[in-house]
Design a protein around this ligand. Structure first.
Ligand code: C2O
Length: 504
């Protein structure tokens, strides 16, 4: 069943979100790219007066902005084959062709090294950028998207190639804001107490906000092989890295202490163009790397205390309601998702499940999850992601009230059919057997509690809405937004197979 998405947009406030998949299983399946000799540790921190401070991009002085632009322009002027060059650095993340250098195609997504690999990547990129700018005080800035949903002005104005920070093809170059669904996962990720696991910090942060913001910025940023060509990549990952410090700074949180995890090495190029082997354990502390963020405590060496990687996997929740007959999702019919509201009825799988859904859980118990299964896309649709909402009445869509029912956001960053079929690419799902599909599981407990409170929780009348969320151009018409999104979605051929509700 589907209602058209009506005219105006997709605006408003907050929600509780989770992202999932089998992190622990994915860990280790990833291709081992380690090279033999580990990076000699030190000197730590690098020479310099105290800790350098990575600042909010909106707080840079004109002088700092000049240095940043000069550094980016200098890197862009180097040949593509120079390890310090802009394109070479982007290729370290991923390439569109076949990799022509052992340093290429290294990015870690869907694995326990998502945060650690990207921290080391930024660290060496920043050293190159600093050297190229000629300003020994230069630091990478960050974009705090949850606080400032519009792309920082320096990255979009002047809006042409005279500005090294501008990049064509983004949906947010006109200053249009990200949607609440793009950053709704920040609170849930920071609340996670474990680093690993399907609901651990590393995994939650990677989905929403990280992947959703990639999708929302669109253009090159929306797709893994091209993402790091856009200067916004470094600004975006500055904030992801900052949130790692924020997470640890809350206390009661620890990075993995698993020896195999800490001893993994990844190759990067440094500011001299030489290859260095970065050992993950040397990237656990921003203070040890010589920097901190302007509004977060630096993480210190003390944070790496025992959290066994295997320990954090919770008992799997069980399916209590489903949109289609039981069986493997690849047997379920695959349905297209376009620029329309898809409303999916879900029914209790048996009388016991119905009873479990009906029972009021004891305080603190009874987590409920919504899982969209067998999702796939031929390409990442630029600027389009899908919000998932539980029991949202038709009149709440697509206005701001929808956020009361929002459980999570599906993004396609690194998760196209072709990407999921890459050997060793860590995304969980049904890569291989079912041909590049993935599942997303969102924690819906808070939405269920709200529905119960409003007397709107009925196990016999459950539905899940899957709705496109698009960036709305400043001053643009709803028709124009819809037209652009619809064209992108046509090429993306987004599909899903079924929807389940789970309880734990
Ligand atoms: Cu490796 Cu935000 O990407």
């Amino acid at each position: 069943m589907s209602d058209r998405v009506s005219r105006r947009g997709f605006l408003a406030a907050a929600g509780v979100v989770g992202l999932t998949a089998a992190d622990a299983a994915a860990f280790g399946r990833r291709r081992r790219a380690c090279l033999p000799q580990p990076c000699p540790p030190g000197p730590w921190p690098p020479p310099g007066p105290g800790l350098r401070v990575r600042q909010n991009a909106n707080a840079l002085t004109p002088g700092q902005l000049d240095s940043l632009r000069r550094g980016v322009a200098a890197m862009k002027a180097l040949p593509d084959t120079d390890p310090r060059g802009w394109r070479f650095q982007a290729n370290v993340h991923w390439t569109t062709g076949s990799p022509s250098n052992p340093l290429f195609n290294q990015c870690q997504h869907g694995t326990l090294h998502f945060l650690s690999w990207h921290r080391a990547y930024l660290y060496f990129f920043e050293r190159i950028l600093r050297a190229q700018s000629g300003d020994p005080t230069l630091c990478l800035p960050y974009w705090d998207w949850a606080a400032d949903p519009a792309l920082p002005a320096a990255y979009r104005l002047p809006g042409d190639a005279s500005n090294p920070l501008w990049h064509p093809g983004r949906t947010v170059n006109d200053g249009s804001p990200l949607q609440p669904e793009d950053v709704s996962g920040v609170g849930g990720a920071l609340a996670a107490t474990a680093y690993p696991g399907p609901f651990g910090f590393n995994r939650l942060l990677e989905g929403n906000p990280h992947g959703t913001v990639h999708g929302a910025v669109g253009g090159d940023m929306g797709s893994v092989p091209t993402a790091a060509r856009d200067p916004v990549f470094w600004l975006h990952h500055g904030n992801v890295d900052r949130l790692w410090d924020v997470w640890l700074g809350q206390g009661g949180r620890a990075n993995p202490a698993d020896a195999a995890w800490l001893d993994r090495t990844f190759p990067f190029a440094d500011e001299s163009g030489a290859t260095v082997q970065a050992r993950v354990g040397d990237y656990m502390s921003s203070a040890r790397l010589g920097y901190r963020y302007d509004n977060a405590p630096p993480s210190g060496a003390a944070v790496a205390v025992a959290t066994a990687v295997a320990e954090a996997a919770p008992a799997p929740p069980r399916v209590v309601a489903r949109s289609a007959a039981d069986g493997p999702p690849e047997k379920a019919e695959s349905k297209p998702l376009g620029f329309a509201v898809e409303r999916v009825r879900v029914k209790p799988v048996d009388p016991a499940a119905r009873q479990a859904l009906d029972a009021r859980p004891a305080a603190g118990a009874g987590r409920v999850y919504v899982r969209v299964e067998g999702v796939s896309a031929a390409a990442a649709p630029s600027g389009v992601r899908y919000g998932v909402y539980l029991n949202a009445p038709a009149d709440a869509l697509p206005g701001p009230d929808r956020l009361r029912y929002h459980v999570g956001t599906i993004n396609f960053f690194g998760k196209t059919r072709a990407e999921l079929k890459l050997p060793g690419h860590g995304h969980a799902g049904h890569a291989g057997a079912a041909g590049g599909t993935f599942d997303e599981t969102f924690d819906a407990t808070a939405v269920v509690a709200r529905l119960r409170q409003a007397g709107r929780w009925d196990p016999d009348a459950l539905d899940v809405v899957i709705m496109p969320v698009a960036t709305v151009p400043v001053g643009g018409t709803a028709e124009a937004t819809q037209g652009r999104a619809a064209a992108d979605l046509k090429a993306a051929d987004v599909r899903y197979q079924r929807v389940s509700v789970l309880q734990q």
